[in-house]
Design a protein around this ligand. Structure first.
Ligand code: PLP
Length: 405
């Protein structure tokens, strides 16, 4: 009899990117199988190394990084982040508005815990990066999902957002550029979100961890640069753009209506202090990363490895009968649609598990991103050309005679 039980607060919390399918993949690996991992945006295993300068600066400063630091982060890192946003045009951002965290992940949870009372609602996109839904629910709130529209480049459906605002709604989350869809939101969509937030006194939470991974030369717009009439909390960090997800270096920046959020900011300060500070050595990577030459551009411009892999993965996946896909403008992922009638797919986790068991390729089912139908899945295009060809070739072969029992 299992008498030690998990907290009821975890009842509605789920994070399937590292769920049961991954456990099965790990088991198969332990049996000796080589698994093609197209499941997680972890750059290191695919030879996408961090710029040498960053590694050097962290090593150089290691001796200075032995003690706890300010709860918001070390001075040069916060200063660099502050100036980064000032240069984008957000002029009233100050040192105190910057919080450095153990990755954006820690700060997402902190931002929700500092805000939500039981039953408060946060509008979260579907599909989403599932940490957002999990963090809202873990904090006693309720994640209410608004639709991102595949027919309109996966942009947020503003009418759906508007229809879901009520007196319990406290904020709107946007993931821009988006994981899993790869959408990069244009200013008119962002303006629509600002209008809704302003009319209803909502906070905008903007997760911009992929802000530098943009293909096609399109610009990224930080929503915070477009308004000072709403409280905007912007999140970004080094995990993706500077290929150091293991360093756990992220930040959150408050802008706009800070003056009506004194109590919330007090709460955030308290939570930041309770965990003393963020991992100090990796904070020394932040100033270097934000200044000078941005090596990510070599990877995303034409001829760059990530752009080539995106194009190849898109070509290979859309060549499979019954699969369509909006070509991602940004990020590291494809979120294709599969014809569930053709393949008789009723359960997307089973589909992904069957594919893993038979072909030793690991993907993530769409429901892992709080997508309500079994008709999508996510592919990470970080592996090199040869591995992408093998993995997606296996998917084509697998589907040629797949029908869910
Ligand atoms: N936000 C999004 C949209 C992500 O895709 C990820 C990681 O994949 C994170 C946040 C977490 O980033 P970090 O490594 O900074 O915790």
């Amino acid at each position: 009899m299992d008498y030690i039980k998990k907290s009821q607060k975890l009842q509605n919390v789920c994070y399937d990117i590292r769920g049961p399918v991954l456990e099965e993949a790990t088991r198969l690996e332990e049996e000796g199988y080589n698994i093609y991992k197209l499941n997680i945006g972890n750059t290191a295993p695919f030879g996408l190394d961090a710029p040498d300068e960053i590694i050097h600066d962290v090593m150089y400063n290691l001796k200075n990084a032995q003690g706890y630091c300010h709860a918001h982060g070390i001075f040069p890192a916060r200063k660099a982040v502050m100036q980064y946003y000032q240069k984008k045009g957000i002029l009233d951002v100050e040192m105190d508005d910057i919080f450095i965290g153990n990755g954006v992940s820690e700060l997402i949870v902190m931002a929700m815990q500092g805000l939500l009372n039981d039953g408060d609602e946060i509008l979260v996109p579907t599909p989403d990066y599932p940490l957002w839904t999990a963090a809202v629910n873990l904090s006693g709130g309720k994640a209410v999902h608004y639709l991102c529209d595949e027919e309109n480049k996966w942009y947020p459906d503003l009418d759906d957002i508007r229809a879901k605002v009520n007196e319990k709604t406290k904020g709107i989350v946007i993931i821009n550029p988006n994981n899993p869809t790869g959408a990069n939101y244009p200013p008119d969509i962002l303006q629509g979100i600002i209008n809704i937030a302003k009319e209803n006194e909502l906070i905008i939470y903007s997760d911009e961890i992929y802000e530098k991974i943009i293909y096609n030369g399109t610009e990224h717009t930080s929503v915070a640069t477009m308004t000072d009439e709403v409280l905007v909390v912007t999140f970004s960090g080094l995990s993706k753009s500077h290929r150091v997800p293991g360093f756990r270096a992220g930040w959150m920046m408050l802008s706009g209506q800070k003056y009506h959020a004194k109590s919330y900011i007090e709460g955030l300060n308290m939570l930041a202090s309770m965990r003393l500070c963020s991992n100090v050595p990796s904070q020394y990577a932040i100033q270097t990363s934000l200044g000078g030459y941005q090596s990510i551009e070599d990877l995303v411009l034409p001829g760059g490895r990530l752009k080539e892999q995106r194009d190849l993965a898109y070509e290979l996946i859309t060549d499979i009968p019954g699969i369509s896909c909006v070509k991602p403008e940004a990020g590291l992922y494809l979120f294709p649609k599969i014809d569930t009638e053709r393949y008789n797919i009723k359960n997307d986790e089973k589909f992904i598990l069957d594919f893993l068991t038979q072909e030793k390729v690991l993907l993530v089912q769409g429901s892992g991103f709080n997508w309500p139908k079994p008709d999508h899945f996510r592919i990470v295009f970080l592996p090199g050309e040869e591995d992408l060809r093998i993995a997606l070739g296996r998917l084509k072969k697998f589907l040629s005679n797949y029908s869910q029992a």
